[in-house]
Design a protein around this ligand. Structure first.
Ligand code: SF4
Ligand code: SF4
Length: 391
């Protein structure tokens, strides 16, 4: 396979974070100290080399890009202050932007102006769209779906899911293409046997939902904290909280008659409340840490990262407020406006999913799945009996 060398690759990655890998003299210290680097996952040094020699296809195809959780240990011990951890974070943002066919990811990563411009335009569009069809506010009881027709919100949701699904499919196709190209470049035949798929899936799900490698990363720090404050637990709370909220929204979408009032024990509401509390905990700790310990954790937090966490927090808080208003008598205009804000923020969150940092929730398990599947296919090929020779 011919590799195209891109001499501007490092400069382009710098758009997504500041680092100094020009100073790297390849000593390997970062690889030795990284708690996740193993024989089969030699990083971050290898990925730095890909950046230095302009091998974009190898960088985008690498599993290691998605294994790193940016604990920062490699940056602390680098003798040349090359900041390899920050390079890994920037390379991940770069990969997400390369998989985004709309270019929105690049705009949002570039500056706070770009991030806010995208958010304001998107929100304004959906506010106008929903208010275009507004009805009356019922002052006796909360009836949001009379104010903004439930069918309109339902149909808008379907449209949003279709657009987001197509964007995600485009990203998935790019990841698959890069990983398979890199596997073929090794010269060995690439097989993806269906029999190996469950094992590969299990590995990707375990790594992603239980964050076993992140825990390993945290366990090796010399500054142990209570488990519920460790970065892996906070990250897990945000991830599970968001997945729970997505599940509750989907449940409501499929099973709840539009505008109906339900008990707190109704499955969709129960899941939503528990997931909301979990997300609230994770987001509060993550934001608090970014504020109070910026050099210890998240040294490379960009405006887009702050923005996404704040957008999630605002969605959760307005969701709880909207839930409360349903049970209060004589709702005021504040109740209707808060619920409208919640609906628009939730739509924004879904629309921005494939183009923001949150896209790693899709690309990480996908890359892990593909790499493990290719590995298992290669092992199966090596142990398969040779085909009988033709007479
Ligand atoms: S520790 Fe620093 S200088 Fe050594 S290989 Fe890693 S990035 Fe380069
Ligand atoms: S930031 Fe942590 S996990 Fe990532 S490469 Fe550096 S040491 Fe490894």
């Amino acid at each position: 396979m011919v590799h195209i060398v891109d001499t501007r690759l490092l400069d382009r990655i710098r758009h997504y974070g500041a680092f100094n890998v020009d100073a790297c003299f390849n000593c390997g210290n970062c690889t030795a100290v990284c708690p996740l680097s193993e024989d089969d996952a030699n990083f971050p040094r290898r990925l730095i080399r890909f950046g230095q020699v302009g091998m974009e296809d190898r960088l985008l195809a690498s599993r290691e890009l998605w294994l790193c959780y940016y604990c920062g240990q490699c940056s602390q011990t680098c003798p040349r202050q090359a900041d390899p951890g920050r390079y890994m974070a920037a390379a991940r943002r770069y990969a997400i932007a390369r998989y985004d066919p709309t270019g929105i990811s690049r705009v949002m990563s570039g500056s706070w102006v770009g991030t806010l411009a995208v958010f304001v335009l998107l929100s304004a569009f959906f506010v106008i769209w929903l208010l275009w069809h507004q009805g009356d506010m019922n002052g006796q009881r909360m009836a949001f779906f009379d104010y903004i027709p439930g069918e309109l919100i339902h149909d808008t949701g379907i449209g949003v899911f279709v657009v987001v699904g197509l964007l995600m499919l485009a990203g998935v196709a790019s990841v698959v293409r890069h990983v398979l190209q890199a596997a073929r470049a090794t010269g060995r035949p690439v097989q993806l046997p269906l029999a190996a798929l469950p094992a590969a899936l299990g590995y990707a799900i375990r790594e992603s939902l239980a964050q076993s490698r992140y825990r390993q990363c945290d366990d090796e720090t010399d500054d142990p904290e209570p488990w519920f404050l460790r970065p892996w637990a906070v990250h897990l709370a945000i991830l599970w909280g968001f997945l729970g909220l997505l599940a509750a929204t989907t449940w409501d979408f499929l099973f709840k008659p539009i505008g109906s009032h339900v008990s707190l024990l109704y499955p969709g509401r129960l899941i939503g409340t528990l997931a909301g509390l979990m997300a609230l905990y994770g987001l509060t700790v993550a934001l608090w840490r970014r504020l109070t310990q910026p050099t210890k954790y998240y040294a490379d937090t960009r405006f887009a990262d702050w923005f996404f966490l704040l957008l999630m927090l605002a969605t959760v808080l307005t969701g709880f407020a909207a839930e409360l208003f349903v049970y209060l008598p004589r709702p005021s205009a504040v109740a209707y406006v808060t619920t409208l804000v919640h609906v628009v923020l939730a739509i924004d969150l879904i629309v921005l999913l494939p183009v923001t940092k949150f896209a790693h929730a899709l690309y990480r398990p996908l890359a892990l799945l593909l790499h493990r599947w290719v590995e298992l296919g290669a092992q199966a090929g090596a142990t398969a009996p040779a085909a009988p020779e033709k007479a």
